[in-house]
Design a binder for this molecule. Structure first.
Ligand code: FCA
Length: 333
């Protein structure tokens, strides 16, 4: 083989084995943070904390809302074109996992998931992608325990109480959260027959409202209601639907998950609503810590922990500030 051939071969090999934009130590660090529902306060808070990491570490953060699979794929291409080295993602559908992994790899981009863990073609978590999520089942149990305690405190007869499960079964973290709540209610002696499934088509307040509205109409026998689901938006939808049907704060106990503005705005209302509480989870850990980890991975080749599951704390109207401070957050979101 002459020199020219060898050179061509080496160049071809480099193209095959190093398809990403080759990053050198001098390249400015650019990290993407892709979220499925940019309008949701939880994700805005995640972005806020990711921006803090960017400021602290001196990298450029690229925030992209990706409500569809198509937008995810375009966003990853754009990140590559802009010279990013990695990204953190909460995908609109965990089944996009294999496609996201393949595209990240093709572009030589480091990949971490947050909140919703990516799945492979068999519905199993993709364990090779570092992930930070909430300890969904345990947090669901906290919801169920708090609902059961409040039913008892109010002296309600459980046989007259309907329990609305605002469900979104295709998302594993949604399933696990609801299952935790159901198991805790059962353990507290709540009648299983009074559990009412209200599937939502999308994970926002409007779809939760529609789901709850149908379920409540179908069960006129209950005197009081309780509600739980994936997040604060799910429970807020249920609370608004219950209000419309005459179940106000004295006849409804809704406990959400999240604790961002969606919940604190509700607690700030002069008159209590059926939105009794929320398990506050940490947008700081999910936004700042994941971004810090991605930065260290890119700059120091330090791989993030493969799985981190974060906790939550019950927050109600009466202890919003204390609980937020205890979780290392500012008094107000
Ligand atoms: C999921 C939910 C969000 C938030 C997050 C931690 O992505 O859709 O509302 O609860 O998990």
């Amino acid at each position: 083989m002459n020199k020219w051939c060898a050179g061509m071969l080496a160049a071809a090999l480099m193209m095959v084995f190093a398809p990403g934009r080759s990053a050198s130590a001098a390249d400015p660090v650019k990290i993407g943070f892709l979220v499925k529902q940019p309008e949701e306060p939880w994700f805005q808070d995640e972005w806020k904390f990711a921006s803090m990491s960017a400021q602290k570490n001196g990298f450029t953060l690229v925030k992209i809302g990706v409500p569809s699979g198509e937008q995810v794929m375009t966003a990853i291409d754009n990140l590559h074109a802009q010279g990013a080295q990695g990204f953190v993602i909460c995908a609109p559908d965990v089944k996009l996992g294999p496609g996201i992994v393949a595209k990240a790899r093709a572009h030589g981009l480091k990949l971490m998931s947050v909140d919703d863990r990516l799945q492979d073609g068999k519905g199993q978590p993709i364990e090779s992608v570092p992930h930070m999520g909430i300890s969904a089942y345990n947090i669901g149990k906290q919801v169920g325990e708090a609902i059961a305690a409040e039913i008892k405190k109010r002296g309600w007869n459980p046989s007259e109480v309907g329990a609305l499960k605002i469900s979104y079964e295709q998302l594993p973290t949604a399933h696990d959260r609801a299952q935790g709540a159901i198991d805790a209610l059962k353990a507290a002696g709540f009648p299983v027959a009074n559990l009412v499934d209200a599937p939502q088509a999308k994970t926002d307040t409007e779809n939760a409202f529609n789901a709850a509205n149908i379920a409540i109409t179908k069960h006129p026998n209950f005197k009081n209601w309780v509600a739980f689901g994936l997040n604060d938006e799910a429970v807020l939808g249920a609370v608004r639907a219950a209000e419309q049907r005459g179940f106000a704060a004295d006849k409804m106990i809704g406990i959400g998950i999240g604790g961002s503005r969606a919940a604190t705005n509700e607690f700030a209302k002069a008159k209590p609503t059926g939105f009794f509480g929320s398990i506050l989870i940490s947008p700081k850990r999910h936004g700042l810590e994941t971004s810090d980890q991605m930065y260290l991975w890119i700059t120091k080749d330090q791989k993030p922990p493969m799985l981190t599951l974060t906790d939550g704390m019950l927050m109600t109207r009466s202890n919003t500030t204390e609980v937020r401070m205890a979780m290392g957050l500012d008094a107000n979101p």
